[in-house]
Design a protein around this ligand. Structure first.
Ligand SMILES: *Cc1c(COP(=O)(O)O)cnc(C)c1O
Length: 475
């Protein structure tokens, strides 16, 4: 594991440390003087540098990062309009927690929550409660904490005194934030494995894992593994049947990190949200299909009952008090402003058009990759604009890890990874199509893939033996 602290890392360890390399031009007036200021790499420099020199050093190092627009691994927004850039710059000094100092930013956050509550059919959008977060991970932590607290209150006779152990039921395909939640908050993660060609949660299997210590069940819209929507309505029906049989009333949280901002626009008839009475809370990532640069997520509860009051803290807001529920105290306000900009700028029709364009690109690219003959699609990009593809059974000369590596030589970042328990035999490539990945870029990707195929087919065998080495990829 790489060091979490920023001590001397990796290759430089144990050797005399080489300072950051400088260029004669850094001494603007006197190039020879520019060569003396070589700052150390892992220790705070003794003295200052000229701002232009510092900028150039940082800028040059970052050139070796991948190109975000060609990163088909990420769900996160990699392009916004210049007007959004201006707003982000105008607000970068605002702290979201300072509701009293920045009341208008606080108001925009409230409007965003109200818009999402309406979009997700909260029974009474005005009484739905919610907040912005740094992303879906924080939103999921908050939602999980609310589930745990509600369960603890209902079971005060058994927990914590009699040591009942709370559990959360989910598919094995959950995003890593749910494993973190369970670990950090001491909840047992009960995971439904994959089975055959089912790569996400099965409602009956989930209901079977529930007992009196189940704080909730997580349904995912959609899965990061393959872009498929989990059957949230069927999950709720299975839990309704469970309640009828056993009396257990188990709430559902929908992890709509991506789909929460796709389904309402492209699949309005799909019932997955607060229309289902069992759905207690929903999260989404504003920075995924919410179309904002990284740093914003949302958590909403269907009504005040779903969010125990004792988890909510009160901060001063224009002399009154404003409830807040968050892990961080300070947090950038700019991202929330950018979210409001996107909502205002696009409206329902705009979001529909943007997401439809991404889905069209995903479906078109998936079909054309299938038509190459070497690949088998696991999903087709018709739920999230995301698809997973593996090599056809008769392809022996190369595998998805080879494809990922060779595409990288052309600048494309397409992750390859193996599936979890029960389908570890299956290795896939995943392509996430986002706003900004146009049909033209998709065609360029396809052209590159087609050009590589003769070489890949000519290999004696797959080139990468150690798969864990091949892709240190985490969902
Ligand atoms: C991305 C994702 C998360 C984590 O969200 P962040 O915004 O990256 O913190 C959680 N769940 C699912 C289903 C996701 O796709």
């Amino acid at each position: 594991m790489p060091p979490l602290s920023h001590g001397p890392a990796g290759r430089s360890e144990g050797r005399a440390e080489r300072p950051v390399a400088v260029n004669p031009f850094y001494g603007e007036a006197d190039p020879t003087a520019g060569m003396t200021d070589a700052p150390p790499r892992h220790r705070l420099p003794d003295g200052p540098l000229a701002p232009m020199t510092a900028y150039q050093l940082v800028h040059d190092e970052l050139m070796l990062d991948g190109n975000a627009r060609l990163n088909l691994a990420t769900f996160v927004t990699t392009w916004m309009e210049p007007q959004a850039d201006v707003l982000l710059a105008e607000c970068r000094d605002k702290n979201m927690i300072d509701k009293d100092e920045y009341p208008r930013t606080a108001e925009l956050e409230r409007r965003c929550v109200a818009m999402l509550a309406d979009l997700w059919h909260a029974p009474d959008p005005r009484s739905a409660v919610g907040c912005s977060t740094t992303g879906s991970s924080e939103a999921c932590m908050l939602a999980g904490m609310a589930l745990k607290r509600r369960w603890a209150k209902r079971n005060a006779d058994r927990y914590p005194a009699r040591d009942a152990r709370p559990n959360l039921v989910m598919g094995i395909n959950v995003q890593v934030c749910w494993e973190k939640f369970c670990d950090y908050w001491e909840v047992e993660a009960r995971q439904v494995p994959m089975e055959g060609d089912r790569f996400h949660l099965d409602p009956a299997a989930a209901a079977e894992l529930c007992d009196e210590n189940t704080i909730g069940v997580v349904g995912i819209l959609g899965s990061t593994f393959d872009g498929s929507y989990e059957p949230v309505a069927d999950l709720c029906a299975a839990l309704d049947a469970l309640q009828e049989k056993t009396g257990l009333d188990i709430p559902v949280h929908v992890d709509g990190a991506s789909g929460g901002m796709v389904a309402p626009f492209l699949d309005p008839d799909l019932v997955w949200d607060f229309r289902l009475p069992r759905v207690a809370s929903i999260n989404t990532s504003g920075h995924k299909y919410g179309l904002v640069y990284p740093g914003v997520g949302w958590a909403l509860w269907r009504d005040a009952d779903a969010l125990p009051e004792d988890l909510v803290f009160r901060v001063n807001y224009l002399g009154g008090d404003m409830p807040t529920f968050a892990l961080n105290f300070s947090r950038p306000g700019a991202q929330v402003v950018a979210q409001y900009y996107s909502f205002l700028r696009l409206g329902r029709e705009g979001y529909r058009a943007v997401q439809q364009a991404s889905r069209d690109v995903a479906r078109g690219l998936a079909e054309r990759i299938e038509a190459l003959g070497d690949f088998r699609l696991l999903t087709r990009g018709d739920e999230l604009p995301v698809f997973a593809v593996t090599t056809a059974p008769d392809v022996r000369a190369y595998d998805v890890f080879d494809v990922s590596r060779r595409l990288r030589e052309h600048g494309w970042l397409v992750p390859a990874y193996t599936f979890p328990a029960h389908r570890q035999d299956l290795a896939v490539l995943r392509v996430v199509c986002r706003n900004g990945f146009s049909a033209d870029l998709a065609q360029l990707l396809l052209d590159d893939l087609e050009r590589l195929l003769p070489q890949l087919r000519g290999q004696a065998h797959p080139q990468i033996r150690d798969r864990d080495e091949a892709t240190p990829f985490h969902h």
